[in-house]
Design a protein around this ligand. Structure first.
Ligand code: SAM
Length: 264
């Protein structure tokens, strides 16, 4: 298999940690709600795929308690705390290849991980295989095709449109689907996952909001990659960042499609 290609690996670590923490602040409440709706509780055995900076992993560890266990697999564990309670096992590895016991988890969760994998089907197969029959799979992935500037200065709105085109071009060039979230319900349906619950969350957000700040951080860190698409200029990226700071400029930065269901 080719070297894992993860778009954020070659940027400065401190900025990446801040970006991961910003993602956690904005998206953890909905993720926790979805995990609780699946019934996660004391004694469960859970797998957190791509924990990033680890807030969901830490929360799961509290919920499953000493009678439960949480395993985590991430390509890079450098953003995770070094010490964990005894019910947590962290492994550095690729979800597509790391050894996992079949039919061993009550719940598998991944947020914003599969979008980074051109062969996400392999990861999906591994995740499903690792679930017990009746176990829960909860996936939350972006849909960048929902992105659009809504109100703001005309020049800024033009730049926002071009940055959104650059994001698509970047994912296309890497063989990744910038709208992966949209396909998840159908993918899981075809794999026989039952009782699907689907949410499509496309918040309309002002500049300065958590959502705008996450996308501004991404634009700063991925500046060279966005420029390399040839779709945006340096000026576009500066305008985009100013737009993302302006409380009177509104946009749908992206949608998150969340799908929960049970392995047959
Ligand atoms: C955008 S971050 C999301 C982090 C966390 N899930 C969250 O939402 O806060 C993506 C994470 O997935 C990890 N990742 C990417 N490809 C992976 C792979 N093939 N196997 C395991 N982890 C992977 C990255 O290292 C990173 O920690």
């Amino acid at each position: 298999m080719a070297e894992p290609e993860y778009v954020f690996h070659r940027v400065e670590d401190q900025r990446e940690l801040e970006r991961l923490r910003a993602i956690e602040r904005v998206f953890d409440p909905a993720s926790r709600r979805r995990l609780l709706a699946a019934g996660v509780q004391s004694g469960w055995r859970c797998l957190e795929v791509g924990p990033g900076a680890g807030s969901v992993l830490s929360w799961m560890s509290d919920v499953v308690g000493p009678a439960g266990r949480v395993e985590a697999v991430d390509l890079s564990t450098k953003f995770l705390p070094g010490a964990w309670p005894s019910n947590v096992a962290v492994r550095q590895g690729d979800i597509r290849t790391v050894p996992l016991d079949d039919a061993s988890f009550d719940l598998v969760h991944a947020r914003y991980v599969l979008i980074h994998l051109p062969d996400f089907h392999v990861a999906l197969s591994r995740m499903l295989a690792s679930l017990k029959p009746g176990g829960w799979l909860i996936l939350e992935e972006p849909d960048f095709s929902a992105s659009r500037g809504v109100t703001g200065e005309v020049t800024q709105l033009g730049a926002v449109q071009r940055v959104n085109q650059a994001i698509k071009a970047m994912y296309d060039a890497l063989g990744m689907d910038h709208a992966l979230g949209l396909t998840l319900p159908s993918l899981l349906q075809h794999r026989g996952v039952t009782g699907l619950v689907v949410e499509n969350d496309a918040p309309l957000s002002p500049g300065g909001s958590g959502m705008a700040t996450i996308m501004k951080m991404s634009a700063r860190q991925l500046r060279e990659k966005y420029l390399a698409t040839g779709v945006v200029t340096e000026e576009d990226l500066d305008l985009y960042c100013r737009f993302a700071d302006d409380p009177h400029a509104w946009a749908i930065y992206y949608a998150t499609v969340a799908v929960s269901g049970r392995k047959p």
